[in-house]
Design a protein around this ligand. Structure first.
Ligand code: C5P
Length: 311
């Protein structure tokens, strides 16, 4: 293939995310769970370059291990490009180059960010000029977290997590993300949560009928107060992820004893997110994790959603 010049290709960057709060309700008939979550987009990014082509093809590189990423039609970025083409009657295809900076199958929405970036990139490349509402609608068909990667910032998600409203957040929050060499499958973690609740139904609270985000989370965000936010971080999927990966308990403990305000499993895991008061504390946490042989990334949030960058 002849390398494309900068003028022929479109570059889009989309962020990964952490769930600051995630309350999971009961399973719905379609297998999805009703939930209430507060998302924050963080400065670990997926970069996608789109070049016009006859077919739909993809290559994946990255600063994280990309060996688990499918290159066939299971790939969410390819599915996003095909969906947009089908919906807009676009005749041609696209070659996508994805450079991953979000851990793969880590609970940080890396695949969702690829899909969001591919939608924005192909919309620009093909000149389809969809509205934000139309892009959001396509995003929600691709996955529950895809709309948030388009939106970015800090937001509350309800329904499957795809019905979004912006949340006000002041300032900048410092995060350290401890990755795991092996990812976890999101459906497996939800299934384990259901089984965990069933097994322990006498000693833990049942699935809430109407999940909602603790107002303390929104107050802490509005105040830009990491200490207050740390006190109300919560993730219902954490118990399930810990059942599947008991060694994550040691990671959580280590990060907190190294100076993080709080640690929490990110989404369905196995990445563990540590909220820190300042960049210096984040460095201490990274050093402690490195001593345990854990790769860790320092990032901050909130950051914008999927956006076009100059070629
Ligand atoms: O939508 P997405 O493909 O990201 O979801 C992956 C899986 O996570 C779903 O197939 C489902 O098993 C689970 N999930 C869920 N309830 C949600 C979101 C995801 O059960 N609200």
């Amino acid at each position: 293939m002849i390398p494309a010049s900068d003028a022929d290709r479109v570059h889009v960057r989309a962020p990964g995310k952490v769930n600051l709060f995630l309350e999971v309700g009961a399973a719905m008939p379609d297998g999805y769970h009703e939930l209430a979550t507060a998302f924050q987009a963080v400065s670990l990014y997926e970069d996608v370059w789109a070049t016009a082509s006859d077919d739909f093809t993809i290559e994946v590189t990255g600063s994280v291990d990309t060996s688990g990423v499918p290159l066939d039609d299971r790939n969410l970025a390819l599915r996003a490009a095909r969906l947009l083409a089908r919906k807009t009657g676009q005749a041609g295809g696209v070659h996508l180059h994805v450079r991953k900076g979000v851990p793969v199958a880590g609970g940080m929405g890396g695949g969702s960010a690829d899909a969001a970036a591919a939608l924005v990139a192909c919309d620009a490349l093909w000149g389809t000029e969809l509205t934000n509402a139309q892009l959001h609608q396509l995003a929600a068909r691709l996955g529950a977290d895809v709309p948030f990667s388009l939106h970015g910032g800090t937001a509350v998600g309800t329904g499957r997590g795809d019905e979004l409203s912006a949340a006000l957040a002041r300032g900048r929050f410092e995060w350290v993300f401890a990755t795991d060499a092996e990812g976890l499958s999101t459906p497996d973690v939800y299934t384990e949560l259901d089984a965990h609740r069933e097994r322990r139904r006498t000693d833990i609270a049942p699935a809430p009928t109407q999940p909602f985000v603790d107002p303390d989370v929104l107050h802490a965000l509005r105040a830009g107060d990491p200490v207050r936010l740390a006190a109300c971080l919560r993730n219902d999927l954490q118990a399930a992820a810990l059942n599947l990966r008991p060694e994550l308990a040691e990671v959580l403990e280590l990060g907190e004893s190294a100076g993080a305000l709080a640690g929490i499993v990110s989404g369905s895991g196995p990445t563990v997110a540590f909220l820190c008061e300042a960049p210096e504390a984040a460095l201490d946490v990274r050093v402690a994790l490195a001593a345990l042989g854990r790769d860790a990334f320092h990032a901050h949030g909130p950051v914008p959603g999927a956006r076009l960058l100059p070629a």
